[in-house]
Design a protein around this ligand. Sequence first.
Ligand SMILES: [Zn+2]
Length: 296
Amino acid sequence: MDWVERTAQLRQWTRSGVRAPHKPLLLLYALSRFQQDSEGALLYSAVEDDLGRLLTEYGPGNRTTPAYPFHHLVSDGVWEVRTERGPGSPGTRVRELRATGATGRLTPELRTALRREPSLLGRMARVLLDLNFTPSLHGELCEAVGLALEEAEAPALSARRQRDRRMREMVLTAYEYQCAFCGYDGRIGAVPVGLEAAHVRWWAFDGPDDIENGLCLCSLHHKLFDKGVLGIGEGHRILVSQSFVGRSAAAREHVVMLAGRPVIGPQAGVRPVAADHRSWHTSQVFHGSPRPAATD
Ligand SMILES: [Zn+2]
């Protein structure tokens, strides 16, 4: 049994073509809980709030219930559910999962493998992160599920690192070392600081390392873009989600007031973000409806 391969095969999409991080999030959560207590089982009613929050924060905009991955992850051979009545999941009905005292945990075979091979947990977690989430979210996701990962990475990832460096250079140059949303262009000496290259369509979802799929963003706007607070709409105008709330003058100035403003750059002769990557981001990452254009 190759557990890493099995982890890589968790599906990324629902039947209707919506990004589906449900199973990866539950498995990440379960791996983290295994790290803390390798025998413990997760009582559905005790973890549903945690899982619900993860789904809201890291899933696409549509509403969803943690009952789905809790039940459906069983079919992937990494997770088992039992109730007070015995082995087997009662299904995806929330009331049923609560009433029967449903608990889930990693399958005995996987638990044995994880105990036998201490590096396996980290490798499975890396695959879940790499194949389902954009890199800027990996650190906070580990914190959100309580997972402690070693810094050492599999050699396969160093090729990815090199591509990232090339992409960064290409994107920052194309956008003349300026945030495409706010124009921030900080440097220390000659070195840009707080500027990053964002993928519009995530690499994990076939987003190419291409200038038409890149944006130069400051650290704040990169994070908000990857979390679905910001997006790019028709005419390359900035979208700000109605779900975003910030009452301070700083939040208004740095986020709310961006609604409807044109993206800054790229420089002449460079192709802007392609329409299909923009619309992928709007449907799979952007949260809810955009605010109307701000008036200064
Ligand atoms: Zn910015």
